[in-house]
Design a protein around this ligand. Structure first.
Ligand code: LLP
Length: 403
């Protein structure tokens, strides 16, 4: 597929139809393939929701929605975008560690029915606002299962130290208050332990804690009908990394579903889109530093802040094939920041102007991009039959809009 992608970009460049770099390029077929993998594993087990924080491009959201997937959101902004993409209120899960009442109003007005809560205060606020609006909502209590998966510490959300979720010891307090609620009905348990997890064990460990919570409520005569087991499915970023083995997770979730007669929800983000996106960039300068060549490209931490934030590795390859030996080079962006650096790569000798692709750029790149250093947000393309512009580059004027 990658060859087709390269061929399409190549044809476009050779036809004199230059592509302004840096830009994001998404591969429709690859995203569809990722959806097929998730469906193959979880059909008959779980309903899938896309964690839209990974990518909020409307074309991408529509593509995912058309495959029968729901949306997981964390803000009114994401609700607004999802509604524009065509998701109905009842296809949206609204999670967040803490919300303000106006955010809950917005969600209720938009027809959202599923909410999580991660503290007693937040549960009370949900009941209050739902009551004022005269709407009944279904709520999930997010537990903190006390699990630290092997991932970057910034991406771990299930350890006892993290701010997320309710402690298991607080469940009796949850029980006490939800019994008084009339509008916010507790229907489910929610757990999300972190992101970019490449081994099945943490998912299985977390589900044991979810079962503990189900049993707790069962003993107290509250039937739990739903579990939302979160996202977090990792994808290989480094060439030597292996795909996540879904089968133990699938077995575990299936047993849980059958044993407790549950509706299981999952909300992955990265897995849908990470490897379905690239940043197309060009070499704009070369210099030597400390006996190592430095290749400066026109994409940086503004387009992909992940290396700066999480020391993330994003594979970089020239767009076209080059003969000859490869050399160790440092690849950096052009921003006025030392953190604007992608790492050391084995690359062929390249000329200024040559194109490169930054891999795995479909998730958490454009949604975390910034205009730092006065850099407008770049355009986005979708490769399908051809190469289609799906979002224009921000204009310079837009940099000062609202001022
Ligand atoms: N559900 C909840 C409650 C979440 O907080 C997240 C991600 C997801 C689902 C989706 O997780 P995924 O399947 O994408 O791993 N900016 C970071 C990732 C932060 C993820 C935050 N929460 C990165 O660039 O790696």
């Amino acid at each position: 597929m990658e060859d087709k992608l390269v061929a399409k970009i190549k044809r476009r460049i050779q036809s004199g139809n230059d592509i302004d770099t840096p830009c994001y390029v998404y591969d429709r077929q690859k995203i569809l393939k990722n959806i097929a993998i998730l469906k193959k594993n979880f059909t008959d087990i779980a309903r899938l929701y896309f964690a839209v924080k990974a990518n909020t491009n409307l074309t991408i959201l529509k593509l995912i929605k058309d495959q029968g997937i729901g949306a997981e959101v964390v803000s009114p902004g994401e609700i607004f975008i999802c509604k524009k993409a065509g998701f109905k209120g009842n296809e949206i899960l609204y999670n967040n560690v803490a919300r303000k009442s106006e955010e809950i109003y917005y969600a209720l007005k938009s027809g959202v029915e599923f909410f999580n809560f991660e503290s007693i205060n937040q549960a009370i606020l949900l009941e209050q606002v739902a009551k004022e609006m005269g709407k009944c909502i279904k709520v999930f209590v997010r537990i903190n299962p006390g699990i630290f998966p092997e991932t970057h510490p910034h991406l771990s959300t299930g350890s006892t130290k993290s701010k997320f979720g309710i402690k298991m010891e607080e469940l009796s307090e949850v029980l006490r208050i939800i019994k008084k609620f009339r509008y916010a009905k507790l229907v489910g348990i929610h757990s999300h332990i972190g992101s970019q997890i490449l081994s099945p064990e943490p998912f299985i460990k977390a589900s044991r804690k979810v079962v503990e919570a189900i049993e707790f409520f069962k003993k107290n005569r509250i039937k739990i009908d739903f579990v939302n087991l979160g996202g977090g499915f990792g994808v290989p970023y480094r060439p030597e990394e292996k795909d996540l083995d879904f089968s133990p997770i699938v077995d575990c979730y299936r047993q849980m579903k059958q044993r407790y007669n549950l509706e299981v929800l999952l909300e992955p983000g990265r897995f849908f889109v990470a490897n379905g996106g690239y940043i197309l960039t060009r070499l704009i300068d070369k210099k030597m530093r400390n006996h190592l060549p430095v290749y400066m490209i026109d994409a940086g931490m503004t387009e992909n802040p992940r290396p700066a934030l999480y020391d993330a590795y994003h594979h970089i390859e020239p767009l076209f094939k080059y003969k000859g030996r490869r050399l160790k080079v440092r690849v950096t962006g052009p921003l006025c920041e030392n953190a604007d650096e992608f790492g050391v790569f084995n690359l062929p000798e390249l000329k200024i102007g040559d194109y490169l692709l930054i891999h795995n750029s479909g998730a958490y790149t454009r949604t975390m991009a910034s205009t730092y250093n006065g850099r407008p947000l770049p355009q986005e393309y979708l490769i399908d039959g051809g190469i289609k512009l799906i979002r224009k580059k921000q204009s310079l004027k837009e940099l000062i809009a609202n001022e």
